[in-house]
Design a protein around this ligand. Structure first.
Ligand SMILES: Cc1cc2nc3c(=O)[nH]c(=O)nc-3n(C[C@H](O)[C@H](O)[C@H](O)COP(=O)(O)OP(=O)(O)OC[C@H]3O[C@@H](n4cnc5c(N)ncnc54)[C@H](O)[C@@H]3O)c2cc1C
Length: 309
C-alpha cells in the first residue's frame, strides 16, 4: 500500500515545527520515527494533508541530566538509545530493561519515546513503564493569539495524559517536547516483564513494577502499571498500595498480584481471552514484584543485570 498524498515540511527547529502545527487550516501531524504513523498512512487509516518531520530538530533528541539526578529525555530519543545508553541504564534501569521488549532492533532504531507516548497505544511498553516511574511530560505550542514564534509550554504528570485508546490531552497544534523521569531513590528496585506470542510482537500483557524499601525492609512506596491491561496504559493503585507499610512477604506479593488481576479491565481479542489476560496479569505481577523487591534489597543488583543483558 502507498500512503495518500501529503505535503512534507522538514522542520529544522522547534519553532519551525510549532509554526507549521499552528496552521490548523491544514490537517497536520508530526512525524517522529514513523513506525506507527507510516503504517497508519499506508493502510489509509490516517490521511493528514501535511507531515511535519521532527527528525532534523537537534534539541528534541537530547538526553539531559536534571539537577535532582533525574533525566529529561527529548521527545526524539530513540527506543534503541533507551536500551543502550549507559547513563539511562544507570539512572533509569527500568527503561533499558523494558525497551528491549519493543518490536525489533530496526524499529527500535527509528521509534521514539515521544512518538510512543503521543501515540497513546495501550499495548505499548513505554507509556506504562513511564507511568510506573512517575514521569512528567513537557508540551509546547505556538501562542494562539501572540506573535509568530512565541511559545506556550505546559508540563503535566503523565498520569493525566492518556484519555482513551490512541487518545491523549494533546491538541493538534501541540508537540510533546520531552519527558522528565525523576531520580531513583535509595532502596528502590524495579522490573518489567511481558508475554507476547513471538519475540518482538506487541505484548498480550506486560507489567512494570517499582518499589522502595526503607532500611528496615518495610515497603514505603510501590507502583504497578499494565501494558494492554485496559483501554489506556493503566496504573494499578489498589494493588500497589496493598504493599505499602509492611515487609513485602511472598504472601503480600501474591495478594497484590491477585488484586491487580481482579481490578484490571483487560479486553478479549483474537490473541487472548479476558480470563487469560487476567491470569497473565497475576503471574507477571507476582514475578516483577518479586524481582523488583530483590533488586531493592541488593543495591547494585539492578545495574549489574542491565549491563549483562
Ligand atoms: C512491526 C512493528 C512492531 C511494533 N511493535 C511494537 C511493540 O511491541 N511495542 C511498542 O510499544 N511499539 C511497537 N511498535 C511501534 C513503535 O514503537 C513506534 O516507534 C511508536 O509507537 C511510535 O513512535 P514513532 O517515533 O515511530 O512515532 P510516529 O509513528 O512518527 O508517530 C506516532 C504518532 O504520534 C504523533 N507524534 C509523534 N511524535 C510526536 C510528538 N513529539 N509530539 C506530538 N505528537 C507526536 C504522530 O503524529 C503520530 O500520530 C511497532 C511498530 C512496528 C512497525
Amino acid at each position: 500500500m502507498k500512503p495518500p498524498r501529503f505535503d512534507y515540511v522538514a522542520a529544522a527547529s522547534l519553532d519551525e515545527a510549532l509554526e507549521a502545527l499552528a496552521d490548523t487550516s491544514v490537517e497536520t501531524r508530526p512525524l517522529a520515527g514513523g513506525q506507527s504513523l507510516v503504517p497508519l498512512l499506508n493502510f489509509r487509516l490516517a490521511a493528514p494533508e501535511r507531515l511535519v518531520d521532527l527528525n532534523g530538530i537537534a534539541e528534541l533528541a537530547r538526553v539531559e541530566e536534571m539537577e535532582d539526578g533525574g533525566l529529561r529525555l527529548g521527545a526524539m530519543t530513540r527506543h534503541r538509545q533507551l536500551e543502550l545508553d549507559p547513563l539511562i541504564a544507570q539512572r533509569i534501569p527500568l527503561l533499558a530493561e523494558a525497551a528491549r521488549f519493543i518490536a525489533h532492533p530496526q524499529i527500535r532504531s527509528r521509534g521514539t519515546v515521544g512518538g510512543s507516548v503521543a501515540h497513546a497505544d495501550p499495548a505499548a511498553e513505554l507509556p506504562a513503564v513511564l507511568l510506573t516511574l512517575g514521569a512528567r511530560v513537557h508540551i509546547a505550542r505556538r501562542s494562539r493569539d501572540g506573535e509568530p514564534g512565541s511559545r506556550v509550554a505546559r508540563k503535566l504528570d503523565l498520569a493525566g495524559f492518556f484519555l482513551g485508546p490512541f487518545f491523549s490531552v494533546l491538541d493538534p497544534d501541540e508537540l510533546l517536547t520531552a519527558i522528565e523521569v525523576p531520580p531513583r531513590a535509595a532502596g528502590e528496585g524495579s522490573a518489567f516483564d511481558e508475554v507476547a506470542r513471538r519475540r518482538g510482537d506487541y505484548a498480550i500483557i506486560g507489567v512494570a513494577a517499582r518499589v522502595r524499601l526503607d532500611a528496615a525492609g518495610v515497603c514505603r512506596e510501590a507502583a504497578i502499571s499494565l501494558v494492554n491491561g485496559g483501554s489506556t496504559p493503566c496504573v494499578m493503585e489498589e494493588a500497589a498500595d496493598s504493599l505499602v507499610g509492611a515487609g513485602p512477604t511472598s504472601g503480600a506479593i501474591a495478594s497484590a498480584a491477585a488484586v491487580c488481576a481482579e481490578t484490571a479491565d483487560p479486553a478479549a481479542d483474537m490473541h487472548a481471552s479476558e480470563a487469560y489476560r487476567r491470569h497473565l496479569i497475576r503471574v507477571l505481577t507476582r514475578r516483577v514484584l518479586t524481582r523488583a523487591i530483590a533488586r531493592a534489597r541488593t543495591p547494585g543488583r539492578q545495574e549489574a543485570r542491565t549491563r549483562t543483558r
